[in-house]
Design a protein around this ligand. Structure first.
Ligand SMILES: Nc1nc2c(ncn2[C@@H]2O[C@H](COP(=O)(O)OP(=O)(O)OP(=O)(O)O)[C@@H](O)[C@H]2O)c(=O)[nH]1
Ligand SMILES: O=C([O-])CC(=O)C(=O)O
Ligand SMILES: [Mn+2]
Length: 610
């Protein structure tokens, strides 16, 4: 087939020349049956959902309006960190925490994989914008994909289609820069062969070219591997942009808190995947007199405003949340968001009456389900009905507690930054840093047990700096240096205070010492008390920690001894932590900022004296 014969290729709407040329180049390489420029319209959504329902990729839910169930290939259920590459020109720029391959070598390998890979399929062109469309300089991208599931998910997760494409020409008439994001499931359709519900390829590559601001993804249809505006652009590529341009691209939720006195504070919090960001972002406080509203549940882009304060914008347009554990008793806001419909569920279980179910949604499972592997499922069989990393993909504007300013391109001023992980021992419920450098040390040494959000073993403690281990687009040492430099540029009094939290500390019988979820509002109230200078804390070797009596625990049924244990600083446990931190710092190597070495020495000294 000659390329000009590919239907749709030349039907580009008014698009910049650089984009049209790239689309042609990709079509010539991947040889799709047709090219479709996505406009993001309701009509497009209806057409694609109807097509995917007919193909068996989606099941339309009878019980929720305009909502769909998808079940992936059992081998394509999570991010693939071991197949994720940072292809900077120099290996040392990717650093010790990323897989690296020479960009030319990666491109030649992947070009061969891409050759003819869209045969028999439609190639979709998705113009999108991360962050508000009316930003001073909108952050644009185009994803080319052969997956209609990706198109639908991108419509929920990003501002895409005609509205985004209009931004490709700047106010001065020039063509704006955009990130080129190429995706294929890697499953060409042979003529006459039926398609499968979830095409993918056992060979997977999730590659990033930070200097060119490009992403090449092959073989997976799953979330973080295929919705390239999310982790690939908004964290890996954006972190490299942020380093060059003096801002921060972080794995953080953004939450608005209003105190009983009516003061408003915004906080940002970084927790590793499946460690509680979406839940905290939607938290409804139990502590009396407080309200909370959400601005984002996964990613924050932060830069200094004219007022000298660090201001955060959520680049996303929807939530891609973990389903298991989400129920009316844990996260009623998420439940009310998805009840409104317009949601794609992936790898949850399907009920006989056309609804969804997952572990933790209700106490009792239904008597019969179709599980995420499309098999009959009844309770007591020992296997979960939903995959532990099953997800809901739902529009942020449906959230009943979305803050009115969520779409403001100026962002919101951040009063406190929280770093948190999943640690059964050692890490207190909450610790305040002494200053920015100490807070960066807390973030740099953050650790957490691994979860089902990525393939690999679950429950292993690893260092996860700022919850960005799988998402830093460059050298970890330079990344930590960038955090220190960012703080040094600001007036200390205007910087957010930095805290370390741990909702997951356990007692000897493995029970959680702290009830978590909505009760985390009691910790947030204390944090705001520290920001406002009204709450008490005690100096400890690891930072400033409240006593149980410094927290508002009114109405909390948890055993006070458990709260004490959750807050305890155990010097022996901390001493055991030191060699782990040293090992991690050694991994970072020469580029580790000296300030962080000094912080470690200070911690060691304080622990020795305690
Ligand atoms: N014990 C306890 N579990 C929690 C708490 N918050 C969240 N969880 C559970 O942790 C899991 C992940 O929570 P999420 O809020 O979806 O995590 P996330 O950080 O948004 O995850 P990603 O979307 O992968 O980045 C869910 O099963 C929650 O039920 C908490 O405060 N305490
Ligand atoms: O990226 C994904 O697939 C889902 C997600 O939010 C994460 O893993 O942090
Ligand atoms: Mn989440």
């Amino acid at each position: 087939m000659t390329t000009t014969a590919i239907p749709g290729l030349d039907q580009a709407p008014t698009a910049p020349r650089a984009l049209v040329a790239w689309v042609r180049e990709v079509a010539e390489l991947t040889t799709p049956q047709q090219v479709v420029w996505c406009d993001g319209s309701d009509e497009e959504w209806r057409r694609l959902t109807t097509e995917l329902a007919a193909a068996g990729t989606l099941v339309r839910l009878a019980a929720k309006p305009n909502s769909f169930w998808a079940a992936s290939d059992p081998g394509d259920v999570a991010r693939v960190e071991d197949r994720t590459f940072i292809c900077s020109r120099r290996e040392e720029d990717a650093g010790p925490t990323n897989n690296w391959m020479d960009p030319a070598a990666m491109k030649s390998t992947m070009t061969e994989l891409y050759r003819g890979c869209m045969r028999g399929r439609t190639m979709y062109v998705i113009p999108f914008c991360m962050g508000p469309l009316d930003a001073e300089s909108p952050k644009l991208g185009v994803e080319i994909t052969d997956s209609a599931y990706v198109v639908l998910s991108m419509r929920v997760m990003t501002r895409m289609g005609t509205g985004a494409l209009e931004k490709f020409i700047g106010r001065d008439g020039g063509e704006r820069e955009f990130v080129k994001a190429l995706h294929s499931v890697g499953a060409p359709l042979e003529p006459g062969r039926a398609d499968v519900p979830w095409p993918c390829n056992p060979t997977k590559y999730i590659s990033h070219f930070p200097e060119e601001r490009a992403i090449w993804s092959f073989g997976s249809g799953y979330g973080g591997n295929s919705l390239l505006g999310k982790k690939c652009y908004s964290l890996r590529i954006a972190s490299a942009m942020a380093r060059d341009e003096g801002w921060l691209a972080e794995h953080m939720l953004i939450l608005k808190l209003t105190s009983p006195h009516g003061t408003v504070h915004y906080i940002a919090a970084a927790f590793p995947s499946a460690c509680g960001k979406t839940n905290l972002a939607m938290l409804q406080p139990t502590v009396s007199g407080w309200t909370a509203e959400t601005l984002g549940d996964d990613i924050a882009w932060m830069r200094f405003g004219d007022d000298g304060r660090l201001r955060a914008v959520n680049p996303e347009f929807g939530f891609f949340g973990v389903a298991p554990g989400t129920g009316y008793h844990t996260n009623p806001v998420a439940m009310r968001t998805i009840e409104q419909g317009n949601t794609i569920f992936t790898n949850v279980a399907l009920t006989d009456d056309g609804d969804v179910w997952w572990e933790g949604m209700t106490e009792q499972p239904p008597a019969h389900l179709t599980d995420w592997r499309r098999r009959d499922w009844t309770p007591g069989g020992g296997e979960p009905a939903a995959h532990p990393n099953s997800r809901f993909c739902t529009p942020i504007e449906q959230c009943p507690v979305v803050a009115p300013e969520w779409n403001d391109p100026e962002g919101v001023p951040i009063s406190a930054i929280l770093f948190g992980g999943r640690r059964a021992t050692t890490i207190p419920l909450v610790t305040e840093s002494r200053d920015w450098a100490h807070g960066v040390f807390m973030g740099a040494t953050l650790s957490s047990e691994t979860t089902a959000a990525a393939t690999g073993e679950v429950g292993v403690v690893r260092r996860d700096p700022m919850a960005m281990l799988p998402f830093m687009g460059y050298h970890a040492g330079d990344y930590l240096g960038h955090w220190l430099t960012t703080g040094a540029r600001a007036e200390p009094a205007k910087l957010p205070k930095i805290f370390h939290v741990n909702w997951f500390r356990r007692g000897e019988d493995r029970r959680f010492l702290w009830p978590g979820f909505r009760e985390n509002s009691r910790v947030l109230a204390w944090i705001i008390g520290r920001v406002e200078g009204t709450a008490n804390a005690a100096e400890t070797p690891v930072g400033l920690v409240p006593a149980a009596t410094d927290l508002d625990l009114t109405g909390l049924s948890t055993d006070p001894a458990d709260v004490e244990a959750a807050l305890a600083v155990d010097a022996a446990e901390w001493r055991a932590e030191l060699p782990l931190i040293e090992e991690w710092f050694a991994t970072i190597g020469e580029k580790l900022p000296g300030t962080l070495r000094e912080q470690l020495a200070g911690l060691r000294e304080r622990l020795a004296g305690s």
